[in-house]
Design a protein around this ligand. Structure first.
Ligand SMILES: Nc1nc2c(ncn2[C@@H]2O[C@H](COP(=O)(O)OP(=O)(O)OP(=O)(O)O)[C@@H](O)[C@H]2O)c(=O)[nH]1
Length: 577
């Protein structure tokens, strides 16, 4: 068998051969699927030939190949039909609990309200056992169920894999979505105040953080503010030496807020970039500790106030973050001891319960064991299903491309109907907020938030009217164009005015012509086509009043006449029937 590295030939020639991913060899193997003979040159010719890699058939092949990949015996994704079990080391119990949920869906064709009941119960149980707080679990399961029922069928993707993807995306959201970066002061030293209960790893985090920031080229200074445990000062000095960072100490007789002020002055004199202040912990929250922290905070005016919490305390960690935030005001949390026997409750609950992000995580006792908290990586680890996730993402991408191609055909033949309209609007909604989507369209940079809000409102109104149409009317808008009675019915059923329905129908016909024209401009390539599109948009905007519109109107009329099986009433919308 001709084995090649995926990164080289196979990546470019993906759909020309069938692939299997062997985890033991960590390389991609390509085999000509139509002919077992080993003919690497044939792969090349099929891709340098006339058939475009983006043609519909090649994409179908691509989907099939991916399907083969993820189902091949050598792929290690979960138990049962996939063969070997891969379980994330971290949160092992949670991972196997969730695995039970996917397994319940084996053999199902689609996700339905009925067949997700059991998996949802498993997900709920797994999260509760991981010590995730109950309200968080409730919201999470609710969100998953809603999406699972509403999700469309993706060709080649099994329902259990779809569910894995939905759970993954929700887990990422639950943990805050994006990485929450540390904030640095614009002028003078950045001050990071660390707080937390006894033994959670504060002192260790001080040094780890200095080590982490030093690697980013920042000079650091540690300030020893734990005056109640003399050993804590010594510990900080030793750790400071270990990471080669100066430590400011003033003994145990000085008030922590004074130590803070003196330390900060010293750092300013030395032009230090970041000052990290260690504070005393307590066995549990008490008023004296909170008052002292408030005083230190006032003295330092810190850029970041980070609460250090122990991951092994589960949802208790989330409750602590909430309390500290209410009492002293914090900017985020650092979760330590994630390398230990933590069940996941803390990582999953902190953001949702307290509203404050986990900024960093400690995963060991060594100085280098501190890293940013990546919600997506964490979700991946919890699920232990990297292969399935990337497969579903790729399949979704392929589906989007196929959709786009079908859409393109409809646009070119001016057959774009209300079903397409609804489908496209919903697809856009799935891509994220309107602001984000608009931001990706060339020439749309100057759209104001107010305009976007208006557009979102209009889309909702349009959706309501389209939903009140019969399937036949959606497919053949001509029926509505010809019949005021139908339009009146749609208006009544959707709770909108007849004028709004008339406008919507008229807009669809105008849209058909405009899109056909623009698609014509875009044909022929990607990058030049994009600039052509921008040019076309600009020309449309610049055209003297009346010219473009007149041209569009006449084309719109022509198109309308062509597309209607019977001609609409020449008196136009609103004329009696
Ligand atoms: N396994 C593991 N151990 C850690 C981690 N972070 C800290 N520790 C250990 O936890 C213990 C307590 O850490 P300290 O830094 O002394 O905790 P502290 O919060 O400063 O404690 P007090 O000074 O008593 O308030 C030490 O043995 C550390 O080595 C971590 O991420 N993983």
């Amino acid at each position: 068998m001709e084995a090649v590295q995926f990164s080289t030939v196979a990546s470019r020639h993906f759909s020309a051969a069938s692939h299997s991913f062997s985890t033991s060899r960590r390389s991609w193997c390509c085999r000509d699927s139509s002919n077992d003979a080993r003919k690497p040159s044939r792969f090349r010719s099929s891709w340098t030939g006339s058939s475009s890699p983006t043609s519909l058939s090649s994409r179908n092949l691509f989907t099939r190949e991916l399907w083969g990949w993820v189902n091949s015996k050598s792929v290690t994704v979960g138990r049962g039909t996939h063969g070997v079990v891969v379980r994330a080391e971290m949160f092992g119990q949670l991972t196997s609990g969730l695995e039970a949920a996917w397994n319940k869906l084996k053999g199902e064709e689609v996700l339905t309200k009925e067949n997700i009941v059991e998996p949802m119960r498993d997900i709920r149980r797994a999260l509760l056992e991981a010590d995730v707080s109950l309200p968080v679990v409730r919201r999470f399961v609710q969100a998953i169920s809603e999406q699972a029922i509403g999700v469309g069928l993706i060709r080649g993707v099994r329902p259990d894999q779809q569910l894995v993807k939905i759970v993954n995306d929700e887990l990422v959201k639950l943990m805050g979505g994006e990485v929450s970066e540390l904030v640095f002061a614009k002028f003078g030293p950045t001050v990071i105040l660390l707080a937390g209960l006894q033994g959670v790893g504060k002192t260790t985090v001080c040094a780890k953080l200095a080590y982490y920031l030093k690697k980013q080229g920042k000079s650091c200074m540690l300030v020893a503010g734990d005056v109640y445990r003399p050993a804590a000062i010594d510990q900080l000095v030793i750790l400071g030496e270990q990471v080669d960072v100066p430590v400011y100490t003033a003994g145990t007789e000085v008030k922590p807020s004074d130590i803070a002020k003196q330390g900060l002055e010293e750092a300013k004199k030395k032009n230090i970039d970041v000052v990290i202040m260690d504070t005393a912990g307590r066995l549990q929250i008490d008023k004296a500790m909170m008052d002292e922290l408030k005083e230190v905070k006032r003295a330092l005016n810190p850029t970041e106030v980070l609460l250090v919490v122990d991951a092994m305390t589960g949802q208790e960690a989330a409750a602590l973050v909430t309390t500290f935030n209410l009492e002293i005001g914090i900017t985020g949390a650092i979760l330590t001891k994630l390398d230990g026997d933590s069940r996941g409750g803390a990582a999953l609950s902190v953001k949702e319960v307290s509203g404050k992000p986990i900024k960093l995580v400690g995963r060991g006792e060594r100085m280098e064991d501190l890293e940013p908290f990546y919600p997506n990586r964490m979700a991946g680890r919890i699920l232990g299903m990297g292969d399935v996730l990337s497969f579903v993402e790729k399949a979704q991408e392929v589906m989007r491309q196929e959709d786009a191609e079908e859409l393109q055909k409809k646009i070119m033949s001016a057959k774009f109907d209300f079903n397409d309209f609804l489908k496209q609007t919903r697809a856009v909604a799935r891509m994220g907020s309107m602001t984000r989507v608009i931001g990706m369209i060339p020439g749309m940079g100057k759209v104001t938030p107010a305009q976007i809000r208006e557009a979102e409102k209009s889309l909702k109104i349009m959706e309501a009217m389209i939903e009140a149409m019969t399937p036949e009317e959606r497919e053949k808008p001509e029926l509505l164009a010809e019949s005021p009675v139908r339009r009146k019915r749609v208006a009544q059923e959707s709770g909108k005015t007849e004028q709004q329905v008339n406008q919507l129908v008229a807009q669809l016909f105008q849209m058909r012509v405009r899109m056909k024209n623009l698609m014509g401009v875009m044909e022929g390539g990607s990058i030049p086509a994009l600039s052509n599109l921008e040019e076309a948009l600009k020309t449309e905007q610049k055209a003297p009043p009346g010219t473009a519109r007149r041209k569009r109107r006449s084309e719109s009329r022509k198109q309308f006449v062509n597309s209607a099986s019977t001609r609409p009433n020449p008196r136009g919308f609103g004329a009696g029937n």
